[in-house]
Each structure stands twice: as C-alpha cells, then as structure tokens.
Write a protein of this length. Sequence first.
Lengths: 250, 265
Amino acid sequence: MIALQVDNLCVKADNRHLIENITFSVEEGRIIAIIGPNGAGKTTLIKAVLGLIPYETGTVSLFGQPFKNNHSDIKVGYVPQRLEFDRTIPLTVSELLGFTLPPLYSVPFLKKKGAREHIDGLLNIVGAQALARRSIGSLSGGELQRVMIAKAIVNDPKVLFLDEPASGVDIEGQERFHDLVKRLNREKGLTVILISHDLNVVYRYADNVLCMNRKLICKGRPEETLTDEVIKSMYGEMMGAYTHSCHEHD
Amino acid sequence: MISEFISYPFIQRALLASVMVGILCPFVGNFVVLRRMSFYSDAISHSAFAGIAAGALLGIDLSLSSIIVAVFIAVVIAFLSEKTGLSHDTVIGIAFSGAIAAGMLVMGMLKGYRTDMFTFLFGDILAITERDILMIFFVGMLTIIILLTFLKPFLQITFNRDLARVEGISVRFFEYLLFLIIAVVVTVSLKIIGMILVTSLLIVPAASAKNLASSMKRLFVYSCIFGVVSGVLGLAMSIYLDTSSGPTIVLVSIGIFFLTMIKRE
Ligand SMILES: Nc1ncnc2c1ncn2[C@@H]1O[C@H](COP(=O)(O)OP(=O)(O)OP(=O)(O)O)[C@@H](O)[C@H]1O
Ligand SMILES: [Mg+2]
C-alpha cells in the first residue's frame, strides 16, 4: 500500500518557487531519505506535506486519504529541524511527553496507569532516561533532540517525518537513533521520511532516496541513484569521489 | 475582631469573591504569561469600558453589556490579526483605541453621574452582590472545566504550534477559544478589581509562580495559591487599613512577586 503520495507539489514565497513540481510516493513500511544541498527546499517540502505551510498547487495523500492539517485518524510523528519554543517555559520532559499521550481531551497531571512506564520506556529507548524530570528549556541541543524523537513516537505513529533528526546528537546517540528508527520500521512497519546530509546513513538505512534541489533530481534505490554525476550536480565537484569511498567501505 | 467582621454578609461575600477570583484569574493568567498576551488582556479590560458606557446609555445590566462588548472586541482582534497579517500588538492597539474612543463618546452622552460605572473602573469588592458571586462562580467553573479538559492541546500549542498541528490539534480553534476565555474572565472580574488593575491579577501571581516553578503542574498550583493569598490578605489589609480593596490586593500580589524574585536569585 502507498503510505504517502505527493503529486506536483509547488511552494511559492515572494513570487519565487521554493519547490517545484515535486512528485513521489512512499510505500508503507519503507524508509525514504531526502537529500539535497542547503537551501534545496527539503524542510519546505516536509512542512508543505504536513500542512504547516500552504502550497501553491499539488496534492498530498496519506494512505489514500487527502492529507491536510492531519485531521485524519492516521497518526504521524514529526521531528523538526529547528524547534522554536520559549526556553523559560516551566515544563518537564515527562510532562511534555504526557501531553502528547492520548487521549487528547483528558486532564493531565493525574497519575494514569501505565503512562509513566510508557514515557520512561520511551526515554530509555532514546537514551534520555535521566532527563525525565529536567525542565525542557534546560536541555542541551542533543538532549533536546533525543527528547523530541521520543515525543515523535510517543503515540505510535504510522508515518514518521524526520528533518535532520540526528543533527547535534553525539555519535553514540546517532547510532542509537538510527538503529531505533530501523527497528521501529522493521517491527512495526513504520514508514519513515528522513532528511539527512549523511550519505552513509542514506546507504545504510534508506530503501529509497530522493534527491532534490528545488526540483526533483532523481529518485530510486540509493546504490543505483546516487551516481557520481548526481552527487556532482547537487553538491559540486568536491563531493565527486564520495560514492567510491563509500562502496569501498561496504 | 476578626469574627465580628466575618459575620457581616458583605464581608463574607467579599471573601468568597476574592478566593474565587484569586483562583480563576491566575489560572487563566498562566496562559496570558506563557503566551505573552498581557497587552491583549489589558486591551480587553479597557474595552469593557465601552460596554459599560453603552449599557448605561441603553439601560441594560452593566455586567452583561461589558461581557458582550469584550467578547465582540476579542473576536474583532482575532479576526483582524488573521486577515491583515499585522502583528498582534498592532491589531490589539487598533481595536483597543477604537473601543476606548467609542466608550468616551457614549459616556459624554450620558446624563448625570453614575456611581455604578465607577465600580467597574476601580473595582469595589465590598459592593459585590449575591448575583455577582453566582456569576463569578458559574463562569469560573465553566472556564476551569474547559481549560482542564483542553489543557493538553492548549499546552501543546503553547509549546510549539507546528508540533501541535501535526498532532491533529486545531490550533486556530483553540486560539480563538483562549481569546474568548480571557475576555470573559477579565470582564467578570472587573467589578472586584477594576478595569485598570484586572490584568495584574491575571499576570502577577502567574509571573510569581513562573519564578519558582520548574514544572507545569507547579506553575498552576503556585499561581492559584498566590492568587488566593493576595486576594484574602489584600482584602483583610484593606479593611484593617481602610484602603481601597483592588489596589491593596494588587500591591500584595506584587509584594509576593518580589519575594519570589529573591527566592529565584
Ligand atoms: N518563509 C519563507 N519565505 C521565503 N523564503 C523561504 C521561507 N522559508 C524558506 N525559504 C527559502 O526556501 C529555501 C529552501 O529552504 P529550506 O529550509 O526548505 O531548505 P533545506 O533544504 O531544508 O536546507 P537545509 O539543508 O539548510 O536545512 C531557502 O532558500 C530559504 O531561504
Ligand atoms: Mg532544512
């Protein structure tokens, strides 16, 4: 089944196309990586797909249903590239995760059976168990990113949108996180849309890759798609030798 | 002496009112502080002035007319900021000055001196009637039930609107609802604390609580405690010192604020 179908998506700002005619689809249970240089429109694409910014033309559907502002029952998780929030907000990590936990319309702060364990378990998975009682504004960049990853999966989403989720996370954390994504993908059939600049990650984890620079450049399996030409055209000559060194490692 | 005072029904009503407003205003005020809406709250309370003037002119109940106008102004502000793309404070400034100007015009048309209008301007907790108490009670209960039921979406939106939207929360609906709730709470508290000072009862206890609290739960608990203490202590002091109740209550809450600043250091 097609989990995500995007057709002819165009986003404009100040009479300039930020992304143009992007069409792609993601099969359920697949991991797709989106790559492209800085300013290519990757974040714009994900935000438009999620209905967070308006798009000029195009359609987005999730499991066959039109997807706008996520009023469907299909849960999605999202880790933004840069999270903006008021750092002085008195809010602990476990409170934040608790607010995301269903049912949405219920009084928080009340001890609910299993909720505590569920949240602690999640924090454990992302290696943030020690942060449960910390105030969200006091976390370091990498710590916050771990918590946001836990928040994105707290209510068992079907599709996960990750915008450079591992940026700022240390090597141990990156490894742990990518393994976690892969595990959720394998065990729960989670569909993942992942923006990354790390081609190693793309080779190791993604079933498909989508290269873009405002327009779609190419898509397909990483080994077949990421040729020298493609990398060069996206990133310039400097990166030309990258794919070779990568194949040598593998 | 205390027991003698307490036996007066108007003192009992004043006490009850200060406890209720002391819980209600800071509870809502937490959102005003977290979302930086104190100018909005101020604008609403001052807009209620137009409602009071209009009520006096038309000879309808002043509480009712002030609520109607405050809610109307709230809707205008929400509508304008959505349609124009101007910043919130600009839109609030426009709606606010319009309401004040209209209120002043209407007031000029009134004949004679209306003391009950001044109750709304400066507040008079000792003039609270049983009907006022009932009104605050029902509005307060309703507000707190709505806020508690929707606390998760409200707080998610406060944390980050994009993430809230991805969770399937209708950000627009809840923001309108919050605008409305603040408008109603401000207006029902007018008679007690006065339109000039009512915003301070929303934000000062909440700000004091924010100085101390490390979690959302504590923020809500502390702010309500500070609100009730300010209300009751302020009322007692105003009776004892024979000062106006509204300003005394507000000064007590500001005293608490400075104490929490010291603690924070
Ligand atoms: N609201 C906006 N108005 C105008 N231009 C915008 C807006 N948001 C983004 N842009 C522009 O759109 C382009 C694409 O930005 P986007 O953040 O999608 O890139 P990206 O591929 O995610 O880059 P990075 O790798 O740095 O994260 C950039 O040139 C940016 O300046
Ligand atoms: Mg980006």
